[in-house]
Design a protein around this ligand. Structure first.
Ligand code: FUB
Length: 452
């Protein structure tokens, strides 16, 4: 619960933040998110993050995250904000913090491994990637008393990474704060218990953020280096998942607009490999103390034939859209590539909605394929007052106006009504913009869809 003072501070700060937008970088600028963990499932990448919205705005606030947020995309441009998928102590009564998650899927069950601050590692489970995740064992999965974890000097017992090898054996990597503080432990097939003691690994300048991926038969262990080594993401390679690692090089330098801790998740979507990471550009550009207010970015990485990784280039908008968005399917309003001013929130009936819509706010949905053309637009909206309007444009906030959809009073902010509107015919692929006017009162949007 927020105190009144922090609420006032928040309101002041958000009036600045709300007006901020930045091309397609960072992804998901309506939230402060950090420490990505990626899972590719059914053609989508799900990125699970520490929720920096849980941290106070105050620069002395520290990391106080108790929730994990999930965002996902199938095209790497338009991201869907799924909101909070796990929280403590509700989802794991023994824990009072949850951050730096690592997801895994096995036999149709989904697992999230998380750090209870630096004091132990928990596991939570769900039937689908969006949770809600719940701890199935009622205690930490990894503690200092877990065989093989100790002895270790000043080890941070956090930043878990779950990796399932091609032969089906799963491993959990974790640790922090010292070259000798990396540990790997086998997980049983159930993914919620361990098989044998933790094994000690050593990584030069190891600080935190363990991550493992496998490419062409080589295991890559990547991690954040210490502040003295600029908090780069370095990597080691081996032909064995738990032994024989040797230093390989640098996956990525300290990101621009970060200047503090660094944390990566490496994943393959389609034919290419990517790294999700965080920096602090949203807070910095909004004059918010940035240390505990991070945001997620994604860039492409390249493996060479000799097994080395080229040092990644951080870009502002460097990723290609992998496929166009289909506007003839229902699209959740919390799916977009860029926003200015809006917020996302859970709906009482379930799912998420776009909210806090003010006049002049907008969202951009990239690369929308209208095909041979459509003439109708519909959306599910709610308003407890006069409402406002949604301008439907292509090409920019001042681009071609296809139509204006009026939002009237629906009888409550959680009373949903479907609007439909004839629009000017639009064909082919365009960036779609919704530009909002809420002069007659606030409104929410749940989903939208075009038709012929
Ligand atoms: O988010 C809290 C901590 O910051 C994580 O555990 C570390 O990896 C660093 O990113």
């Amino acid at each position: 619960m927020k105190t009144k003072i922090s609420f006032i501070l928040l309101s002041l700060v958000f009036s600045v933040f709300a007006k901020y937008s930045l091309a397609d970088y960072p992804i998901v600028s309506q939230r402060f998110l950090a420490d990505p963990g990626a899972l590719v499932y059914n053609g989508r990448v799900y990125i699970y993050c520490s929720n920096d919205d849980d941290n106070p705005m105050d620069r002395r606030g520290g990391y106080q995250m108790q929730t994990i947020v999930c965002i996902s995309s199938s095209d790497l441009k338009n991201w869907t904000d799924h909101g909070v998928v796990f929280r403590v102590p509700g989802g794991a009564s023994w824990a009072n913090r949850s951050w730096a998650p690592s997801p895994a899927e096995r036999d149709g069950k989904f697992f999230l491994y998380f750090g209870n601050s630096g004091n132990g590692i928990g596991v939570a489970m769900a039937d689908n990637p969006l949770g809600p995740f719940k701890d199935p064992i009622g205690k930490a999965l990894i503690e200092t008393s877990t065989p093989g974890v100790m002895p270790a000097k000043n080890m941070w017992l956090f930043d878990p990474m779950a990796f399932i090898d091609d032969d089906g054996q799963a491993y959990l990597y974790f640790g922090g704060n010292g070259d000798d503080n990396v540990r790997a432990i086998k997980l049983n097939r159930d993914m919620i218990s361990v098989d044998g003691p933790a094994i000690k690994l050593t990584a030069p300048n190891f600080f935190e953020a363990a991550w493992v991926h496998k490419h062409n038969g080589t295991y890559y262990f990547s991690y954040s280096t210490t502040p003295r080594a600029q908090m780069r993401i370095d990597y080691m390679t081996s032909d064995n998942p738990i032994s024989g690692f040797t230093y390989g090089g640098v996956v990525s330098m300290q990101p621009p607009s970060n200047n503090n801790n660094n944390h990566q998740a490496i994943f393959k979507l389609g034919d290419n490999w990517y790294q999700a990471y965080h920096n602090r550009i949203v807070a910095m550009e909004s004059d918010i103390p940035p240390v505990y207010k991070r945001n997620i970015c994604v860039d492409k990485i390249n493996h060479n034939a000799d097994g080395t990784i080229d040092t990644m280039k951080n870009t502002v908008n460097g990723l290609k859209q992998l496929k166009y968005l289909d506007p003839y399917e229902r699209v959740e309003a919390e799916t977009f590539s860029t926003q200015s001013g809006i917020e996302t929130q859970s709906c009482e009936k379930g799912g998420m909605m776009m909210t806090d819509i003010n006049t002049g706010d907008y969202v951009k949905v990239s690369g929308v394929d209208f095909g041979r053309g459509c003439k109708k637009f519909k959306a599910s909206v709610s308003s407890a007052s006069g409402g406002g309007s949604i301008e439907i444009r292509t090409g920019g906030v001042d681009g071609k106006l296809l139509g204006v959809c009026r939002v009237e009073n629906t009888g409550g902010m959680q009373n949903w009504k479907m609007l439909s509107e004839k629009i000017k015919k639009v064909k082919g692929v365009h960036d779609l913009f919704f530009v909002f006017n809420s002069d007659e009162g606030p409104f929410n949007i749940d989903w939208w869809q075009f038709s012929n």
